[in-house]
Design a protein around this ligand. Structure first.
Ligand code: FES
Length: 551
């Protein structure tokens, strides 16, 4: 076995590691980073320090030497949007950089990443793609949701209830009671929001062991999964099995198929694109997405339907989805097991037929998420969910333009948004937000609570929480307002037309006229890291990576 860390055994390192308790024999063993993206600020991470101890112990048993390293650990509900932008998306790239400056700099032989809240899975996958050393991810799991009077209550209820109350909606229970009861254990937000979607993506890419996503946080099963991953990473170092052998185009297709089949979060698109860029591929996730758009919806976990994430796990989770998609995915891709996806799935029997449907008997036709293009956007994303006609998919109306989400929320509260309007909240993009901050998701809940979700359309260059699925909402409009996109030049009254059937998003203003109009530039002030981020971030066609252009 050729170990990078042996060449890192300089006298200075050996002196440090000896002082840390390593024996002469340890110096010759594989050195494995245990990447613990964790913080005491959020429940998403509350169990990970304990999991790190389990993982380290198992790595030692398997013949490796673990080194725990920490990274930034953003959490949507704690370090999310504030007045100056969003630290959560900006945090994704810090995680990748944190890993580089510790794991790559120390020339460790492999890494095992404890992955949890929304931005940690993509941050870990990006680092894996960048460093290209043997890597496996441990799925951190979801939080146990609560109940009131026998009825399930989760964090989505708290959030949508709080926003809705301000705009005339009536939550199913008092918000304070729901907040008291919604979270009963460590882990990520319940439901098929961004974190659970990304956990399924990790498994579909082949970057964790089969049957690991989703899982209840800190459950005996999750702890057993962590042990299995710890053993496997030591083997992977011996096999020199690297992420760029695993995360190939076929693996990205499998991940896309999985997101579509579970009707997951739109955020998966930009995260997958960022991973593809970090792997130095020319894979265009937006194009692959369009090519996979015949994949139907096979399960309806909240917010798509009423299925709880626990039931989805019991029904086999991502592994069962991949099994159902067996004829639609690329079975030849290599996974972290050292076997192909097809080999992993060959003998698997889905535990129950009800929750995860067969591909010829889907919950709904797809796609659950579509890419729109046209004179208003090079790309934009619309989450459709179940295609049962309950939400509009074709819409044409006059633009009602707001310079940010807060201005838009105020207008809704003041009754200034009318049926038929195409509500536009701009300056919420990668540079404008910056880092897609500003609370576009709240607009959606406000429109819903005000009874306008189905009689208006909402268009933004911002991002949406994975919990958002209401009305006709087009997000992540690229190019964004701050970089001269049409969304920065649209004026009140300009006609905007959205057609899901045609996959189009258009403005009825001649291109020459748009070219004459001024865009807002960087309108929202920012300082510190967010200011650095907005200047260095690349556009949405790269998934918003903080990497220089490659010639
Ligand atoms: Fe961490 Fe929702 S806030 S997963």
């Amino acid at each position: 076995m050729k170990l990078r860390s042996l060449s890192a055994n300089s006298p200075g390192r050996r002196a440090n590691w000896k002082a840390l308790g390593l024996s002469p024999e340890d110096m010759e063993k594989p050195k494995i980073a245990v990447v613990n993206s964790s913080s005491e600020l959020a429940i998403c991470y509350a169990h990970l320090d304990g999991i790190a101890q389990i993982v380290k112990e198992e790595i030692r048993k398997a013949g490796g030497v673990p080194f725990e390293v920490r990274t930034a650990a953003p959490s949507d509900f704690i370090t999310g949007a504030n007045k100056a932008g969003s630290y959560i998306l900006a945090g994704r790239d810090i995680i990748a950089n944190d890993i580089e400056v510790q794991v790559e700099a120390a020339m460790l032989d492999g890494m095992i990443c404890l992955t949890s809240c929304d931005k940690t899975p993509p941050g870990h996958l990006m680092a894996a793609a960048r460093l290209n050393i043997p890597t496996i991810l441990v799925i951190g799991g979801y939080q146990q949701a609560g109940e009131i009077d026998g009825e399930p209550v989760d964090v989505e209820d708290v959030w949508s209830g709080a926003v809705g109350e301000r705009f005339g909606g009536k939550p199913k229970f008092p918000v304070a009671d729901m907040a008291e009861n919604a979270i009963r254990g460590p882990g990520v937000c319940a439901g098929m929001a961004t974190a659970n979607t990304m956990h399924c993506v990790v498994e579909a890419l082949g970057m964790t062991l089969p049957g690991h996503a989703p899982v209840r946080g800190n459950s005996p099963k999750m702890q057993a999964n962590a042990r299995a991953c710890a053993h496997r990473i030591v083997e992977m170092v011996g096999e020199d099995l690297k992420p760029r052998q695993i995360m190939t185009e076929g693996a990205f297709r499998n991940a896309i198929a999985t997101v579509l089949a579970v009707s997951g979060s739109i955020n998966a698109i930009k995260h997958l694109q960022a991973v593809a860029v970090e792997a130095e591929t020319d894979i265009d996730i937006f194009t692959l997405w369009e090519e996979m758009s015949d994949v139907p919806i096979l399960s309806a976990v909240r917010p798509t339907g009423e299925v709880r994430i626990e039931a989805f796990e019991d029904a086999g989770g991502a592994r069962a989805v991949l099994k159902r998609l067996e004829t639609r995915i690329d079975g030849d891709v290599l996974t972290c097991t050292g076997r192909t996806m097809a080999e992993n799935l060959k003998d698997y029997v889905i535990p129950g037929p009800d929750v995860i449907h067969a591909i010829d008997d889907p919950v709904s036709e797809g796609p659950a998420i579509a890419i729109l293009r046209g004179s208003f956007a090079e790309t934009a994303v619309v989450r459709l969910g179940i295609r049962d006609g309950s939400r509009p998919e074709e819409f044409s109306g006059p633009a009602r333009v707001f310079e940010d989400s807060m201005e838009c929320l105020q207008a809704i509260e003041d009754g200034k948004v009318k049926e038929g309007d195409v509500v536009i909240a701009r300056n919420q993009g990668l540079k404008g937000g910056p880092a897609m901050g500003g609370g576009a998701s709240m607009v959606l809940f406000a429109l819903d609570a005000a009874g306008l979700a189905k009689t208006t359309a909402f268009v933004t260059d911002g991002q949406l929480s994975g919990l958002c699925l209401k009305g006709l909402t087009v997000a992540e409009v690229h190019p964004e307002a701050a970089t001269g996109g049409p969304i920065g030049k649209v004026r009140d009254g300009d006609r905007i037309t959205i057609s899901v059937e045609n996959r189009s998003l258009d403005i009825d203003v001649p291109a020459e006229e748009l070219a004459r109009r001024e865009g807002p530039g960087l309108r929202i002030p920012a300082h510190g890291y967010l200011d650095t981020f907005r200047h260095d971030v690349r556009d949405m066609s790269t998934g918003g990576v903080l990497l220089p252009e490659r010639s």
